[in-house]
Design a protein around this ligand. Structure first.
Ligand SMILES: [Zn+2]
Length: 334
C-alpha cells in the first residue's frame, strides 16, 4: 500500500480502537468504517507512494491550462491505478515489482498455440472483474474539459477504455482496447463480451480462479489450470483471434500514428497525465511537440522520459492536481 495511504489507514484504525460507545453503535461504525477502508484500499492499492500536492505546483499548472486553448492530452497507466488497475513499472506496486509474470510478446502470441491458450484462459478468468472497472475522477474531469472545449484531442496509452466509459469522444486509444476482438486472418471485429460467450460455449466444464491481476486484463494461472482450455477461432474464416491491442513487440498502425500527429499539429499545448513515457510509441509525440515549441506540462508521481522537455512538471497524483484546476479560466493577452 502507498505510504501516505498507509498512514491514513493506521490513523483511522487507531482512532477506531479508542472510541468508547455502546457495542451496537460500535458494531455499526466498525462495519461501515471497515467497508470504507476496504474501498479506499481497493482504489489506492496500485497507486505508488506520492507526496502531498504543493500550492505552487497547482498555480503553475493552472497558468498552463489557462493559457491553452486547444490542448492535446496524453494519458498513461498512472491515471487508471485509482480505478484499481495496476501499472507495469511503478516502484513497489507495479506488475514488474510484484510478479515475475510478464506481458505476452506479439511474435510469441502469433506463433504459439500454447501461448494463446494460456493467454485466453487467463484473460477469460480476469474478464468479469476487468470489465467492471469504472472511470475515476481524472477520467471524468477530462471528459468535462472536453465538453468545455479545453481539450482538442485526447490520446491514451491505456487499453482499459475508461476514457470511453467516462464520456470522452475526441479520443484515440493509441494501443487499442481490450473491449474489441479482431481476427488476424480477415477484417472480422467484434465486442469482447461476445468472445466471453464463445469461450464459455467451448469450455462448458472448465473453470479456474486467481487472485493476481495485471495491467492488461491478465491473471496468473498454473499450467495445470490452463490444460484442457479451448481457444475459439474466427467464426468467419477460422483464423486466429486477438484482442485489438498493441502487444509488446508490435507496432501501432502507421495511419493511426499519422492521425495523432495531425491532431497534435492542430493543438497549441500538450499535457501528459500519469505516464512515465518510457514507451517510444507515446514519447515520439512529446519529441514532436518540443520540436514545434509547444508548451508541455507533465503530471506524474515519478520521473518521466520527457522531464527535460517539460515547461511545467508536477510530481503528484493526477486526481489531486486536476481537482484544483479550473479549466474555464483563461488568460487574455492585451
Ligand atoms: Zn477471420
Amino acid at each position: 500500500m502507498a505510504g501516505c495511504t498507509k498512514a491514513i489507514y493506521n490513523y483511522n484504525i487507531s482512532k477506531m480502537r479508542t472510541i468508547t460507545i455502546s457495542s451496537k453503535a460500535q458494531n455499526f461504525i466498525t462495519t461501515n468504517l471497515i467497508s470504507i477502508l476496504q474501498k479506499q484500499h481497493h482504489s489506492t492499492q496500485f497507486v505508488p507512494e506520492f507526496q502531498p500536492i504543493q500550492t505552487e505546483d497547482v498555480q503553475k499548472l493552472q497558468y498552463f491550462v489557462s493559457d491553452a486553448k486547444q490542448m492535446f492530452v496524453m494519458t498513461g497507466a498512472g491515471i487508471s491505478t485509482e480505478s484499481g488497475i495496476p501499472d507495469y513499472r511503478s516502484e513497489g506496486v507495479g506488475l514488474y515489482a510484484r510478479s515475475t509474470n510478464r506481458p505476452v510478446q506479439y511474435q510469441d502470441y502469433v506463433k504459439s498455440s500454447t501461448i494463446r491458450q494460456r493467454y485466453w484462459a487467463r484473460n477469460y478468468v480476469a474478464w468479469p472483474r476487468w470489465s467492471s472497472t469504472q472511470p475515476n475522477q481524472t477520467h471524468k474531469t477530462l471528459a468535462d474539459w472536453e465538453n468545455e472545449g479545453k481539450i482538442h484531442w485526447l490520446v491514451t496509452q491505456n487499453v482499459d477504455s475508461l476514457h470511453f466509459k467516462a464520456g470522452s469522444k475526441n479520443l484515440t486509444e493509441l494501443h487499442g482496447s481490450t473491449y474489441r476482438i479482431m481476427c488476424l486472418g480477415c477484417d472480422n471485429m467484434f465486442p469482447r463480451t461476445q468472445l466471453q460467450d464463445m469461450i464459455a460455449a467451448e469450455n462448458p466444464n472448465w473453470s479456474a480462479a486467481s487472485a493476481e491481476h495485471a495491467p492488461d486484463g491478465d491473471v496468473a494461472l498454473s499450467p495445470e489450470q490452463v490444460a484442457g482450455f479451448k481457444v475459439p477461432n474466427c467464426n468467419k474464416c477460422g483464423g486466429t483471434l486477438k484482442p485489438d491491442i498493441t502487444f509488446f513487440g508490435d507496432n501501432v498502425a502507421r495511419d493511426k500514428v499519422s492521425f495523432v500527429f495531425n491532431k497534435l499539429e492542430e493543438c497549441d499545448s500538450v499535457l501528459v497525465l500519469g505516464s512515465s513515457l518510457q514507451v517510444y510509441s507515446g514519447y515520439r509525440f512529446l519529441m514532436r511537440a518540443a520540436e514545434q515549441r509547444k508548451p508541455i506540462g507533465i503530471v506524474n508521481i515519478g520521473s518521466t522520459r520527457a522531464d527535460h522537455l517539460a515547461n511545467v512538471m508536477v510530481k503528484a497524483k493526477c486526481s489531486d492536481v486536476l481537482a484544483r484546476i479550473d479549466c474555464t479560466d483563461s488568460i487574455h493577452w492585451t
